[in-house]
Design a protein around this ligand. Sequence first.
Ligand code: COA
Length: 261
Amino acid sequence: MDGSDRVLYESRDGIARLTINRPEKLNALDRLTMRQIDRAVAAAGEDAGTGVLILTGMGAKAFVAGADIGELASHTPVEGAAFARRGQDVLNRLERLGKPSIAAINGYALGGGLELAMACTLRLAADTAKLGQPEVTLGIIPGYGGTQRLSRIVGPGRALEILLTGEPIDAREAHRIGLVNRVVPAAELAASAEALARTLLARGPVALRFVLQAVHEGLQMGLVEGLSTEATLFGLSCATEDMREGTRAFLEKRKPSFKAR
Ligand code: COA
């Protein structure tokens, strides 16, 4: 990959694992890393055998400690806007993958790192993790969706405190405010992410896709339109082989075997 493996990617038994691999810079997101993340996410999307994507950072210290400050320090306004747009596009593609993604936050998730985690469907944090949007300490604001996703996930009051102080919060506090779904001992993070991925893999894949679509599209709509979208997708789910199999398996008191059709 471009002569340097900033991202390690493998897909096995239905689970794709994407590891950001720049530990000497706390996995900071430079242009090359973002390009490789984008490519790996696309590969996970295209692979019909992949049902869930897990993202994590290499090493014990950081998930991702932000966008690469060295790169962004020299941006002109035009370059800065393009940089933000490019990053947002990558994270939007991750968010709209149509399959669940899990951020296994193994340490610092700061700036672009937290923004990357927030573009994932679910977030698990090691008890040692620290999360924050420290951009204001550099005289800038988040550019990869931090002002938008954080306030949607935890509400504007809590988001504004994190965004305006720039101070990181620990995993426990992140869990308390709903920023992460679960906190686990650091040594158990990988296994917990794997177990959660297995749970999701046992569900109807088309149903998962429709849930993701209903929630993401619904968040852009009023309640009336959102409910209408839900009803339409519910109707569509009734036309799937997975629906026949899921309901039949329940009635026959056995586990369903979904085919993603
Ligand atoms: N961009 C570029 N390089 C980064 C980086 C980033 N966002 N975060 C860490 N690094 C680099 C450091 O410059 C250092 O490189 P060096 O060894 O060549 O000097 C290396 O990663 C290790 O980081 P260091 O700061 O020495 O580790 P630490 O344990 O003392 O501190 C942090 C850890 C996370 C508190 C600190 O690295 C930090 O504040 N990083 C920036 C966080 C940030 O503001 N992110 C938002 C960017 S928009």
